[in-house]
Ligand binder design. Structure first.
Ligand code: AMP
Ligand code: MN
Ligand code: MN
Length: 371
């Protein structure tokens, strides 16, 4: 047989999406969760409308925010500002310094560090956080609020709001945010659109993942039509990194390990980055966010794993799958969460311990197929 006619497992180009399913496989899993009920949309709209425009409103997103968390939160905050709300605050737990790609997002003036967030707001909205723990200390305000609206797209959402707008079928939380803004009568402008676009482009891997449906492109078209500087936004998000980070990536990728026998023969590719690596190249931890994309390029492995040191014995682990393994099951088993094809968790011990724990979970996380 010619080498170019592969009869073994292969992934179609672009199938490495966060939550996409492999087109030729039947997944023997639970039925997809229902979309957001009309009643929940109405309750969310009513909760916003019932809040006086001079009342404090807190918007919160998950710790270590990515483009979807920040973009959907700030886009919604700007939309609420257009509706006349005067005491809006947006926040996320933990470190306040944002990655460079997000430093020119519209609406950053609404962002405050966690300790400065309003203590007792009657309305709290949460973005892209699958559980209340992901909001850190801001979860207290959410619990105490008269109304709390959770906007999310994680299948693993614990639906911790008084109103839950959770659509696991949505490519990004910004899809849910856009719908809420539309229902509230907010007219998109270029600032809101830039935030929502950053969120959408981030979570769809720049419109490459299989979560990129026709509706995703229709939303992108509406956002772009407002006049956002699309070339500049894309370059900032995806194509810009410091020279030191490029060198650091080179070194970390050089030590990548391929284990073809893992995950029942589907293969595991993994590597790690330490605090010493960051220090040597004078880089901040967030530059490592994009590195998993280079690990998941490895053709011989269905699963990619990047182990990032955050403290001497604490690691933040990123997992990606091409569709043969549900990495959210691996992450949930190890105390984290995420989507079928993109998940993560926090781990302790040595790199060896962490990778061993992942290896041990892989067989049980394989997606059964019917051919
Ligand atoms: P990352 O690898 O950090 O890009 O994260 C991929 C996905 O996993 C995202 O959807 C996150 O929401 C989720 N995730 C990452 N780390 C954690 C964690 N420690 N706990 C829960 N979910 C996580
Ligand atoms: Mn996120
Ligand atoms: Mn998201």
């Amino acid at each position: 047989m010619p080498r170019w006619r592969r009869t073994t497992r292969s992934s179609p180009a672009g199938s490495a999406g966060e939550r996409g399913t492999h087109v030729t496989r039947t997944v023997s899993q639970e039925a997809p969760a229902p979309e957001i009920a009309e009643e929940d949309w109405q309750r969310a709209v009513e909760a916003v409308r019932a809040t006086p425009s001079d009342a404090e409103v807190l918007l919160a997103c998950h710790v270590n925010p990515d483009g979807d968390a920040l973009g959907s939160m700030l886009g919604t905050a700007l939309g609420l500002r257009r509706l006349g709300f005067t005491r809006l605050r947006a926040s996320f737990p933990g470190q306040t310094d944002l990655p460079e790609p997000f430093l020119s997002l519209p609406g950053l003036d609404l962002l405050v560090p966690e300790p400065d967030a309003p203590a007792d707001p009657p309305l709290v909205l949460s973005f892209d956080a699958a559980s209340i723990e992901r909001l850190g200390g801001l979860g207290a305000q959410l619990k105490a609020a008269e109304a709390s609206v959770v906007l999310d797209h994680h299948a693993s959402s614990t639906r911790f709001g008084s109103i839950n707008l959770v659509d696991p079928g949505a490519a990004a939380t910004s899809v849910v945010a856009d719908e809420l803004l539309t229902r509230l009568g907010v007219v998109l402008d270029a600032e809101i659109a830039e935030c929502l676009y950053v969120a959408l482009a981030t979570d769809t891997g720049s419109f490459r993942f299989s979560s990129t449906t026709p509706d995703v492109h229709r939303l992108a078209a509406r956002l772009i039509a407002t006049g956002i500087p699309i070339g500049e936004v894309s370059r900032r998000l995806f194509d810009t990194r410091p020279y030191g980070a490029v060198k650091l990536f080179g070194e970390v990728l050089c030590r990548a390990t391929l284990e073809p026998a893992e995950a029942g023969g589907l293969g595991l590719a993994w590597t790690y980055a330490t605090l010493a690596d960051l220090e040597r190249y004078d880089q901040r931890p967030h530059v490592l966010e994009a590195l998993i994309d280079s690990v998941r390029c490895v053709a011989e492995a269905d699963v990619a794993c990047l182990v990032k040191q955050v403290r001497p014995t604490e690691w933040s682990v990123s997992l990606r799958s091409k569709g043969g393994v549900d990495v959210s099951r691996v992450a949930v088993a190890l105390g984290g969460g995420g989507h079928r094809n993109a998940a993560g968790f926090t781990a302790h011990g040595t790199v060896g311990d962490v990778v061993a724990a992942v290896r041990a979970q892989l067989p049980g996380a394989r997606i059964s197929t019917v051919t």
